[in-house]
Design a protein around this ligand. Structure first.
Ligand code: HEM
Length: 289
């Protein structure tokens, strides 16, 4: 972050031309321009471990890092959905491709938590109380954008108006996949009202017409815009599946078959979640090409 808003210290720079020896500015009247932009002071003081265990900080920070990646990915998918609505495939593809790199970074964040022993996790587990990633609203928005809608997922957030409003809005809006299907319909693969006018607040269920449309896309020219769209969505589906599986395996290592802090059956419940196909017809259509 370069800024020349204030003069550099005169003693260090007088009579010198900018070259490899010129040091960075040290003198700022208020907070640094870096701080003004990044708010690092705020960000690095949002960590409040609940136990004395030295291993808890990385658990907390990894969770916070993942929340930030969820936020970026939601932004990309909303950008893509809006672009598709406006018939702008290049902008949609760019946002979706960015999100695949972000999802890879998100998934790499599992590394510090991937090999917790039950004793290590137990050291701070009790301090988490009923807290669980299940209550992550930003993760829920990701799931809603993928088509995994559920009004009951708003219930835990009744006490947090801003979060609740954002989730409610996302529930009522067409998902990213709904916009993709409208785009398919408008570009040579007509779909019926059962698909196009479905209730957007309900979980997306696979439809044979959609499978046939993707099969036709994949049987067609291999450099088409629709194949590019299909492939980047398939990357996303795979990366989301990887996140769910890495989470599942980390959980199995850390707590075996115990119930979750959020009250679910734990690993058995996560197994069912991980088995769900993201963008289902993009997978099943491959059998018909
Ligand atoms: C190794 C440490 C972790 C363990 C043992 C663990 C365990 C669990 C369990 C048992 C559940 C099921 C709900 C429950 O009863 O609590 C769950 C859900 C969830 N966890 Fe974790 N978790 C871990 C780390 C994380 C991290 C770092 C995140 C990042 C935000 C996260 C995000 C989530 C999400 C989003 C769900 C809901 C999944 C869904 O709705 O399908 N978890 N976790």
């Amino acid at each position: 972050m370069e800024s020349r808003a204030h003069d550099p210290l005169p003693a260090e720079t007088e009579g010198h031309h900018p070259d490899g020896h010129q040091p960075p500015n040290l003198d700022f009247r208020g907070t640094t321009p870096y701080e003004d932009y990044v708010q690092a002071d705020v960000l690095t003081h949002l960590q409040h471990p609940l136990s004395d265990d030295p291993g808890e900080l990385v658990f907390l920070v990894t969770t916070q890092v993942m929340e930030l990646w969820f936020t970026v990915v939601v932004h990309e998918w909303e950008t893509a959905a809006e672009a598709l609505r406006g018939d702008d495939l290049p902008v949609a593809l760019a946002a979706l491709r960015r999100s695949t790199h972000e999802l890879r970074s998100l998934n790499a964040s599992w590394e510090p938590l991937a090999r917790l022993t039950p004793r290590q996790f137990n050291s701070y587990r009790a301090a988490l109380g009923e807290g669980s990633g299940f209550q992550s609203a930003m993760y829920r928005r990701m799931e809603f954008l993928l088509g995994e809608k559920s009004a009951s997922m708003l219930v835990p957030h009744r006490g947090a108006p801003r979060v609740h409003d954002e989730l409610e809005k996302q529930l009522a809006e067409p998902s990213l996949y709904d916009e993709v299907l409208r785009y398919l319909d408008a570009h040579g693969h007509p779909l019926s009202a059962a698909v196009l006018d479905r209730d957007p607040t309900r979980r997306y269920e696979p439809h044979p017409e959609v499978e046939a449309a993707w099969a036709a896309v994949y049987a067609g020219p291999q450099d088409s815009g629709l194949i590019k769209l299909g492939e980047v969505l398939t990357d996303i589906a795979e990366l989301v599946w990887r996140w769910r599986n890495d989470h599942l395996v980390a959980t199995r290592r850390a707590m075996g078959g115990k119930v979750g802090t959020g009250g679910s059956a734990g690993v058995a419940w996560l197994e069912k979640r991980a088995a769900k196909q993201v963008f289902p017809e993009l997978w099943t259509a491959r059998s018909h090409v």
